[in-house]
Design a protein around this ligand. Structure first.
Ligand code: 1GP
Length: 255
């Protein structure tokens, strides 16, 4: 039994950063490709696999989860785009409450439907205050959630929203520009949110190179998530992993 949340909070307290690779099962079209990604993730000591997407056109979820479980010890955390994206073999699940929006279905409605299933499962549930941030062109997450993202030049709204999430008992805050976002979350916003909360901060969306990943980390992200960028260029996985590792090593030197 893993203690994913305990590990993450301990890392957050120490300032140690983590790297999550997002796999959208709909984008995986061959087991060769999937196994390559898994092998690369093992080599690069990736901290987490996040699994999820806006749709499930190909019903690939359980295949992807079991391939990762067979090929690695990297924790598999579901990051569901909707309540069809459950798999009992995953280690954890980000139970998302879309606190940036005002769509009651995604704040509590869908959760009521899946709660009995989740209570019975052995998956570690991590209650997540999920915040979509405007990032240029519309994203699938924005469209599918019937919600308005937080404007990217309003860090105070993001900070107040994150504080509200923490006060309501969310275990982590996830700031997301949405998959394939034009731009990552602005550093100023990450900094202000990080200063406003004690719980771990996950940041993703539009991280397409190592410089952007480093900027997110230096601004205060405890976990950086990369999906699209790795789909387009698998070598980015190694680059981001190296950046995170070097950052963590420099912490050890200074402590
Ligand atoms: C999306 O945060 C994730 O929900 C990752 O986004 O696919 O743009 O890396 P990208």
């Amino acid at each position: 039994n893993r203690e994913l949340y305990k590990d993450l909070t301990e890392k957050t307290k120490k300032g140690t950063k983590s790297f999550a690779v997002l796999i959208d099962p709909d984008k995986i079209d061959s087991s060769v490709r999937l196994n390559k990604l898994i092998m690369m993730a093992v080599e690069n000591k990736v901290d987490y696999f996040f699994i999820g997407g806006s749709l499930m056109m190909h019903q690939n979820l359980s295949w992807v989860v079991s391939a990762i479980k067979e090929g690695s010890n990297i924790p598999v955390i579901l990051f569901p785009g909707n309540n069809l994206q459950l798999d009992p073999h995953a280690d954890g699940l980000l139970l998302l409450s879309l606190i940036s929006g005002r769509n009651p279905e995604l704040l509590i409605g869908q959760h009521v439907l899946v709660a009995p299933v989740l209570k019975k499962s052995k998956i570690e549930i991590i209650s997540t205050g999920y915040m979509l941030i405007h990032s240029g062109k519309p994203t699938a997450a924005g469209y599918m959630s019937h919600s308005q993202p937080i404007p990217s030049d309003k860090p105070d709204i993001a900070a107040s929203t994150a504080m509200a999430g923490e006060l309501l008992g969310q275990k982590v805050i996830y700031m997301d520009g949405g998959s394939g976002a034009e731009k990552p979350i602005p550093p100023r916003m990450i900094k202000m949110v990080k200063k406003s909360i004690e719980i771990p901060l996950i940041v993703g969306g539009g991280i397409t190179n190592k410089e952007k990943a480093l900027q997110c980390i230096e601004s205060g992200a405890d976990v950086v998530v990369v999906g699209n960028g790795i789909e387009k260029n698998p070598g980015l996985m190694t680059e981001v992993a190296n950046i995170v590792e070097r950052y963590n090593q420099s912490l050890n030197v200074h402590n």
